[in-house]
Ligand binder design. Structure first.
Ligand SMILES: *Cc1c(COP(=O)(O)O)cnc(C)c1O
Length: 240
């Protein structure tokens, strides 16, 4: 990765065009479906140079998603300090402490009591978190299993009662690829997350939001209740 923050005008216009195209898709889908909830578009920048982030930063964007602790540390060091980073990658239990120096952090991938505990211990400011749910039960390593709702209750109660620095913002999932290819149809992965959201919201009297939808399936995610879509490819192009 180049450490330069310089970008070409052409690249900036390309990224801005892609970003705005998705914004207008969000708007038109919302209108067509009478959706009034606000939907945030999070650019996902893993494997992309810091200069791409700077190009969008200079046009006013302040939130970006990264997947790897090391890459996030390098980029946050290079880039302006008022960026709000979303960590959306698999988090190993020994890694939360490495994120300590990142200000304005949201962690979307908490999936165990241990990780919640470690993250809480390493923060010095209120940090938004999402619980990652393994809705597809694919051979995905990360996410709380839907077959283990007791564990989910335990984690939520622990966060609410005992984590001074964690603000439970919502639930996150990665929809399976096979489901994303069936367009214009209810996505069962998203449906599971939405059902869980309403169960938990009434059980705990909280207001969990959903983070679901990527380049291949964000349109359906909007129709099924998401408040945050995480877009890499459709803004920055394909990754190596
Ligand atoms: C890479 C990634 C994205 C973005 O994926 P695209 O398909 O490139 O839009 C979103 N969420 C997570 C968790 C990711 O790892």
């Amino acid at each position: 990765m180049s450490s330069s923050l310089e970008y070409t005008k052409e690249r900036q216009l390309e990224l801005w065009g892609n970003y705005n195209k998705i914004l207008s898709q969000i708007n038109s889908i919302s209108e067509e479906n009478n959706i009034s909830r606000s939907i945030k578009l999070l650019p996902v920048t893993k494997f992309k140079p810091a200069s791409d982030i700077k190009a969008l930063y200079d046009l006013g964007l302040r939130e970006f998603g990264e997947n790897y602790v090391q890459e996030l540390l390098i980029k946050s060091e290079l880039l302006p300090k008022d960026i709000k980073w979303h960590f959306i990658g698999g988090l190993q239990s020994n890694k939360p402490k490495d994120l300590k120096i990142i200000k304005n952090l949201t962690v979307e991938t908490i999936d165990s009591l241990k990780k919640a505990k470690k993250l809480n211990e390493s923060r010095i400011e209120l940090t938004d978190i999402y619980l990652q749910i393994n809705v597809s039960n694919e051979d995905q390593k990360y996410g709380i299993s839907l077959n283990n709702l007791n564990e989910l209750d335990e984690i939520i109660e622990f966060i609410i009662k005992s984590c001074q620095f964690l603000n439970l913002k919502g639930l996150m999932c990665i929809g399976s690829i096979s489901q994303s290819q069936i367009s214009n149809d209810i996505n069962p992965d998203f449906e599971k997350l939405q059902n869980l959201q309403s169960i938990l919201n009434s059980k705990y009297q909280i207001n969990l939001q959903l983070s679901m939808g990527m380049s291949s399936d964000f349109k359906q995610a909007i129709k099924q209740g998401t408040s945050l879509i995480r877009i890499g490819t459709d803004i920055f192009g394909s990754r190596p």
